[in-house]
Design a binder for this molecule. Sequence first.
Ligand code: B12
Ligand code: SF4
Ligand code: SF4
Length: 384
Amino acid sequence: MEMIVVDPAIVKQRAVATARKLGAGDVRVAPAFDDRESRRRMRDAFSRGDFAGWDYGEDYAPRATDPRTLLRGARAVVCIAVPYAVTAPQQGAPLCGRVSNYAWSSDYHLRIRALLAAVARVIDEAAGAPVTAIACDTRPLAERALAAHSGLGWVGKHTNLISPALGSFVFLGEVVTTLELPVDAPLRKTCGACARCVDACPTHALRGDYTIDANRCISDLTQRTDSIPRDMRPMLGDWVWGCDICQTVCPPTRRAGEAGSLQDAPLDAQSARPSLVALLQLRSGDFRRRYRRTAMGWRGAAVLRRNAAVALGNALDRSAVGALTQSLWRDPHPMVRGHAAWALGRIGSPRALQALQDRCAIESDDQVLAEIRVALEPFNRVDA
Ligand code: B12
Ligand code: SF4
Ligand code: SF4
């Protein structure tokens, strides 16, 4: 690449214009620096065990809070907020689950990485050399802290970044660069006395001091690959992937939705409100066809079948007993059979209990057997 000397303010302008043309709702620049304050917050969170289910190594916090570890010599970070769907989908089929709006359409990682790559190209071309690295979700980078430093918004009590104009239903992405682009000022804003998200969270995951116990967050629980703790299952309600409750009640996000500044309606009602029985019966081939290209595609079909079993247990609808019984007998994954047993125990109809007893006589997996035995205990039933 030929070295071209360009005014950093013009490079910034071009980067911003490119990002906006490709769907960014706001773009601002933060300095790349060693963010000790966010590192302290992160370390405190890890030592409280707030992220016990995540495999954050010892070096995660120092790397995530210093973009210069991602790109040597980095001086600036272009922070980009891309709005996504807020429009409530039509009511789905009877007995349908609920998918978080961030997963309604095609996988955001792919869309945003394409946007970030285009912005990076603009900067590289202006510099006449590769001077950028991009990040969205999967790289060790404290994206919300960076967005807050750039002035895109503030970190709310639900721990998401809130843009004053767009609310919090925005994805974040970054282009880290060694070019010294002019930086923007952070906002001086907090949630003040508001605590709507804290009160609305059904699992009490939010503490109200801008921290979260992620082990209790439905978003985390629906994405884990092992069993969902029994005491948490009733709190999942009909969520089968992610959760939007704390953001849906958030005043700036509500205002943004009402102003119509957000986009992306679901592909169809089925994407947002899938039939729970269909999800419970989802096989790998159908999973690949339907979900591989969405943000729900990374955990596999068994996780979705498990989540559908939990939501059916919460729906307490006897019409699901047949499908749950089939699942208890036929699902190849013991985790799914175990959660189907739990759901049958919750429903507790004579047919559901008979299915549990019959299976108990021949089930060979210890964990499934343990689930069946607990499900057969009368105290486990909702009407007990
Ligand atoms: C792990 C993870 C999760 C976990 C843990 C969530 C959490 N609250 O940390 C789970 C699975 C629960 C999750 C859920 C969701 N996630 Co998530 N997740 C991540 C991921 C990969 C890492 C987050 C992380 O490191 N957490 C550890 C904590 C300790 O670090 P942190 O979140 O960065 O928090 C720092 C800042 O908040 C900062 N901070 C706090 N207060 C203040 C104040 C000031 C002034 C400053 C400067 C900094 C600051 O200090 C903290 C420590 O450094 C990020 C992508 C990324 N690389 O950042 C996406 C990300 C945070 N997730 C995202 C989304 C969309 C979601 C969901 C909304 C999806 C859904 N609908 O289900 C939910 C929201 C749940 C919730 N209430 O937070 C978006 C958030 C966009 C936004 N507007 O903020 C991100 C940024 C992905 C992306 N690129 O768009 N997620
Ligand atoms: S995403 Fe749901 S479970 Fe998680 S903190 Fe928000 S309201 Fe609570
Ligand atoms: S609901 Fe209120 S407290 Fe929670 S993040 Fe939004 S503004 Fe802050």
